[in-house]
Design a protein around this ligand. Structure first.
Ligand code: BES
Ligand code: MN
Ligand code: MN
Length: 463
């Protein structure tokens, strides 16, 4: 047995106990009342890094702290990797739908259930244990290792962008390694090479200066909720396309090779529908499900409210109506440009009988990583070795706003080697990670560093 595998085998129980302690800390970045527990979580990451021999530093921000550590003992002639992950998690509601409490990690059906189990604490932890395993089984490290763990990914990584710009020299590296994505399916090791971006807005429509009696005024005056619904109904056409003018102008079309490659992946619409309990898919005309999810943009209403929503009936014309609307973007759309187009369009189609306000939230840019970078090749070899199977390359529909910024600011390609699963319930009740993927993830992480050095020297020989 490979020494890494036997090290993992003999430390499984302790690894899980440490992961459970990490998952026990409430680190919901969006909740002001969890500011203190987020700081405790950063401190836990620092102490876990200390346990594996890294003197980590905590960098406070105006939001949640950033944890950073490095081991540069491989020397200036050796390559340098930067591992990135996030310790913050999404809110837990609806809490009643959790089988066991979200911050009381619990094992059943060979999965570990807790908020953050997959997104992203579990995937951060498997790397800490991967690096520990590598150190425990070698006399010296094959490359320099930098580790950056933030606490604001789920709220847009705003302070991390500033941190990257200010500490670009400290963070300089040959590749960035991230595990914050999902595998295509259980048993299929996966490398993700593309992510969508995001543009997010809240729109508020007002008309009369007060709620009105719907009998005394209805039919003669505007109802902002009706107006909001007509606006929303006009945002997508009958072909499932977003109806904002020039929305599609900058999109990098899928190449015929990519379409062929997507089609060759083991994915079935029937299973996809069955897994989420829907009778059929629905989306942009002329594209497959994977193309719609990974390489086409979309627009969705995330929430809509206003008027009377209590029990029973109330005959009222509400004075105000609200909606949250977001768009997933694809390479080479720009969230700034989409914001401009969206605002213009909403303003144009809002009837003069109402007043509209459009508030943008923090979004993120789409990203593509170079499929044949030395880092992606190393991930391919590491996954192949750990899982005993050839990995697949996919794109994904989610967003990690810092990915394109790593590539632009640090000028280093990003590797997305994910160990989540499509049914892991990220952001939902009963989030979980398959224990097999946690443990094979630890091995893959350890193998990655050795493979990265090999892969770089091959690239140099070829040049
Ligand atoms: N880890 C996810 C992103 C993800 C999940 C990418 C699965 C690919 C596959 C990340 O934590 C996340 O949830 N991102 C947000 C970004 C937003 C808060 C700016 C998203 O995609 O909604
Ligand atoms: Mn994540
Ligand atoms: Mn997330």
């Amino acid at each position: 047995m490979h020494p890494i595998r036997s090290y993992v085998e003999s430390n499984k129980k302790r690894f899980l106990d440490e992961l459970k302690a990490f998952l026990h800390i409430e680190s919901i970045s969006t909740l002001p009342e969890q500011k203190q527990t987020c700081a405790e979580c950063a401190e836990y990451v620092r102490s876990e890094l200390a346990r594996i021999g890294f003197a980590a530093k905590i960098f406070p921000t105006v939001g949640h702290p950033i944890v950073y550590a490095e081991d540069l003992n491989a020397g200036t002639s050796a390559p340098t990797t930067l591992f990135y992950g996030h310790y913050d998690v999404q809110p837990v509601d609806p809490i009643a739908l959790w089988t066991t409490p979200p911050f009381e990690p619990s094992i059943r059906n060979e999965r570990l259930y807790a908020r953050g189990a997959a997104d992203d604490k579990g995937q951060v932890h498997l790397h800490l244990k991967g690096i520990e395993s590598l150190r425990a089984t070698r006399d010296s490290m094959p490359c320099n290792i930098k580790i950056l763990i933030e606490g604001e990914e789920e709220i847009g990584s705003t302070n991390l962008e500033k941190f990257l710009r200010e500490h670009a020299a400290m963070l300089a590296c040959d590749t960035v390694l991230i595990s914050d994505t999902a595998m295509l399916a259980p048993g299929i090791p996966t490398i993700t090479y593309g992510l969508r971006g995001l543009a997010y807005f809240e729109i508020t429509l007002t008309s009369a200066n007060s709620d009105l009696h719907s009998g005394m005024f209805g039919g003669a005056v505007e109802n902002p909720l009706n107006a909001l619904c007509s606006i929303i109904a006009r945002l997508k056409d009958e072909y499932g396309r977003v109806a904002v003018p020039h929305f599609y102008d900058d999109i990098l079309p899928l190449t015929p090779e990519e379409r062929k490659q997507f089609a060759s992946l083991p994915f079935s619409d029937e299973k996809f529908c069955a897994s989420i309990g829907i009778p059929s898919t629905r989306g942009e005309f002329g594209y497959s499900t994977l193309e719609r999810l990974w390489a086409r943009p979309t627009l969705d209403v995330n929430g809509i409210w206003g008027g009377f929503t209590g029990a029973g009936a109330k005959t009222v014309l509400p004075a105000i109506a609200h909606a949250k609307i977001s768009m997933r973007l694809v390479p080479n759309q720009s969230s700034k440009k989409i914001e401009q187009l969206f605002k213009e369009h909403i303003t144009n189609i809002t009837p003069p009988t109402t007043h509209v306000e459009i508030q943008p939230f923090h979004g993120g840019e789409p990203a593509l990583t170079p499929m044949d970078s030395p880092g992606n090749k190393a991930a391919q070899a590491a996954l192949r070795f750990a899982y005993g199977k050839e990995p697949v390359f996919i794109r994904d529909g989610g967003s990690i706003p810092i990915v394109p910024l790593f590539q632009n600011i640090l000028n280093a390609p990003v590797v997305l080697m994910g160990f989540g699963l499509p049914d892991e319930n990220a952001h939902a009740p009963d989030e979980n990670i398959l224990l097999e993927n946690y443990f094979l993830g630890i091995e893959s992480s350890a193998y990655f560093y050795e493979e990265f050095v090999k892969s770089l020297s091959k690239t140099h020989e070829a040049m």
